[in-house]
Write a protein that binds this ligand. Structure first.
Ligand code: F6P
Length: 360
């Protein structure tokens, strides 16, 4: 019987998941291994397990297809995060069932493609005895131990494109346009797209803002004859001493769903400055569609390196990008704490040197 490995995608989807699956299947096939895709995220490991053999030839067109052919979930029995990022221990019976089913399926190892939450589950499965290797996915780019996660570059590209489009309509109508982007508790998407898209104000969770400061920036622009303003707001941004703005009432065993801060900020700007203001919530457009060329390249390297880690039996490790190399690092190094935008780092300084306001 051939050596058999498994792969699953967990958490929110993002561009590049299929590119990783393709690279894993192809690199495994080169070693004469077969790859079993676990369907529907971690829940696919519960009895009866849901899986299918991934055919080498099926992988041809997958490089640029968004989403995940395996399906995914960011809720259910395997939710490892609740509230605002609190870690939940998955019940032992569930972990044991998943481990048993992997053994019954004949898996030598399981590749877990996921962000903070999914890699936390992966680590718990590893501690239960399952040979796990991780691949860092998330548009939020908030994982430690790797300089970048895949999906992030594609999300920044979507947000930058949105800003390019908002600029012309803002300019035509002499309005303030507020763009709300994702990113949970990290402002990476907001700050990188904000700079790349020529934003004037960028509000991020790392730098709590004040309305008087951000409105001051808008009025200053007016005085300079710049009668429109682009404001980029990360969904996790909040006022100094303020609360996160969440969407819905929140479900049990699920992380709080951030969202709505853009509308709150837009209303406050209009009321304080008298400038006509509109809001655009980019939402899941940031997660759909084809990966950028950078993400395709990164995903391919991540997938190939994950197979290399399995060949070397380096379980409990995650593939990490440390330019110019791909390396293996303990999963625990990636999930210990969130990687956020350094408040006084070069990126924020660069923005400030351009006159971009963080509303502080
Ligand atoms: O973690 C990825 C992410 O897109 C976050 O940026 C966002 O807060 C969340 O997932 C949205 O999740 P859902 O798809 O459940 O609305």
């Amino acid at each position: 019987m051939k050596t058999r490995i498994g792969i699953l995608t967990g958490g929110g989807d993002c561009p590049g998941l299929n590119a990783v699956i393709r690279a894993v299947v192809k690199a495994a096939a080169k070693r004469d291994w077969e790859t079993l895709g676990i369907l529907g995220g971690f829940d696919g490991l519960l009895s009866p397990p849901r899986q299918r053999l991934l055919d080498y030839h099926e992988m041809d067109a997958l490089l640029f297809v968004g989403g995940t052919i395996l399906g995914t979930a960011n809720k259910g029995q395997f939710a490892a995060k609740t509230g605002h990022g609190d870690v939940r221990r998955i019940p032992n019976a569930i972990l044991a069932e998943a481990q048993r089913n992997c053994a019954n399926l004949g898996l030598r190892a399981l590749v877990v493609v996921g962000g903070d939450g999914s890699l936390t589950i992966g680590q718990q499965l590893f501690e239960q005895g399952l040979p796990v290797v991780g691949v860092p996915k998330t548009i939020d780019n908030d994982l430690e131990a790797t300089v970048v996660t895949f999906g992030f570059d594609s999300a920044v590209a979507s947000a930058t494109d949105a800003l390019d489009r908002l600029r012309t309509t803002a300019q035509s109508h002499q309005r303030v346009m507020v763009l709300e982007v994702m990113g949970r508790y990290a402002g990476w998407i907001a700050v990188e797209a904000g700079i790349a898209g020529g934003g004037d104000v960028i509000l991020i969770p790392e730098i709590p803002f004040r309305y008087d400061r951000l409105c001051q920036k808008i009025l200053e622009r007016e005085r300079e004859g710049k009668t429109f303003t682009l404001v980029v707001v990360a969904e996790g941004a909040r006022e100094q001493a303020g609360e996160y703005v969440t969407a819905g009432s929140g479900e049990a065993n699920r992380e709080a769903r951030l969202g709505g801060i853009g509308a709150v900020v837009a209303a406050e700007i209009q009321q304080r400055t008298g400038k006509e203001t509109r809001v655009c919530v980019l939402g899941h457009l940031q997660r759909g569609g084809p990966p950028t060329n950078f993400d395709r390249f990164l995903c391919t390297r991540f997938g190939v390196h994950a197979v290399r880690l399995i060949a070397e039996e380096r379980y409990g490790q995650m593939v990490a990008y440390r330019p110019p190399d791909m390396v293996g690092v303990p999963i625990t190094e990636a999930i210990g704490r969130l990687r956020t935008v350094p408040q006084d780092g070069d990126i924020v300084q660069t923005a400030r040197c351009l006159g971009i306001s963080f509303g502080d």
